[in-house]
Design a protein around this ligand. Structure first.
Ligand code: SHN
Ligand code: NAI
Length: 220
């Protein structure tokens, strides 16, 4: 797994109150600024000019400035820095300065310099799926994501089972104090044939009753 190639650890971040600086307010910068803002980050865009999309967003701070004058003091104020100007060497320099200040930096023009990649993703209240091809092709990442979503759509049982297994977890937490016993029972219920067959029939009430039966019947 750990070859010479740059590897990235996937995480799902809560961006509430996270301070994001986007440098460059063109096509790429606007899209990223909007996405990060939509997910709760406090976003500032520094650019020579701003796209129409950005101009209409009053929930994003815009600073009209030549980014080549930005230094440590300014960058220090942010948690995440995205360098999306049309000047590649400026992007590289600022991303590298950001990383030296222990900030997370994304340089969309050069994934090898980025501390994280912005993946193609889908997320709702139940499922999050993020795909990258390590910057090789965002088009192919989209193809992979669409295949995963199609597979989910064709198997509605999975979505039902996520809800049921979450209910089973709540039930276990209310009945059993020891986490290791809970964990074992959680798996026992999941692989139980009767439980599975109730889920296959969409019979949630019976599935939950069966789960309770297994919990009550276990010796703990
Ligand atoms: C490494 C990465 C940056 C990172 O670190 O985050 C990166 C890199 C590059 N993309 C390029 C091109 C395009 N990217 C898009 C779109 C998206 N690209 C995004 C992510 C990423 N792109 C990261 C890797 C993700 C992965 O591994 O899959 C998305 C998800 C997020 C977002 O941009 O907000 C967004 C999805 C929108 C959607 O479809 O839902 C389009 C289409 C469009 O804009 O409509 C095109 C034009 C067509 C094409 O060429 O594919 C180029 C060449 C630039 C040049 O020509 O100079 C580079 C640089 C290079 O390859 O050198
Ligand atoms: N990762 C990705 O998904 C993609 C990356 N790219 C790359 O991203 C970069 C930006 O692309 P676009 O947004 O399409 O370009 P664009 O031309 O739409 O926007 C560039 C922005 O940078 C700003 N800018 C330029 N020099 C500046 C400076 N010194 N100080 C402050 N702001 C400055 C401009 O004012 C402009 O708003 C390009 O290098 C391009 O190759 C392009 C397409 C997709």
């Amino acid at each position: 797994m750990l070859s010479q190639v740059h590897h990235y650890f996937p995480i799902f971040l809560d961006l509430t109150n996270v301070k994001v600086l986007v440098i460059g307010g063109g096509k790429v910068g606007s899209k990223r600024a909007s996405k990060f803002r939509d997910y709760g980050a406090e976003v500032t865009v520094v650019s020579l000019d701003f796209s129409e999309d950005l101009a209409t967003r009053n929930d994003i701070i815009k600073v009209k400035l030549d980014a080549s004058i930005l230094g440590e003091e300014f960058l220090s104020k942010y948690d995440i820095i995205i360098t999306a100007t049309s000047d590649q060497s400026l992007n590289s320099r600022l991303c590298s300065l950001g990383k030296s200040l222990k900030k997370f930096c994304n340089n969309p023009t050069n994934p090898n310099e980025s501390s994280f990649i912005v993946p193609i993703f889908y997320e709702d209240d139940d499922v999050g799926i993020a795909v990258t091809t390590m910057g090789k092709s965002s088009i192919m990442s989209k193809v992979i994501l669409d295949k995963a979503l199609e597979a989910l759509k064709n198997d509605p049982k999975i979505l039902l089972e996520i809800k049921v297994m979450n209910d089973v977890k709540s039930l276990l937490k209310s009945k059993i104090k020891d986490p290791s016993i809970r964990y074992n029972l959680y798996h026992k219920i999941f692989i139980d044939k009767q439980f599975e067959s109730f889920i296959n029939d969409g019979n949630i009430d019976s599935a939950m009753k069966r789960a309770e039966e297994i919990i009550n019947g276990s010796s703990f």
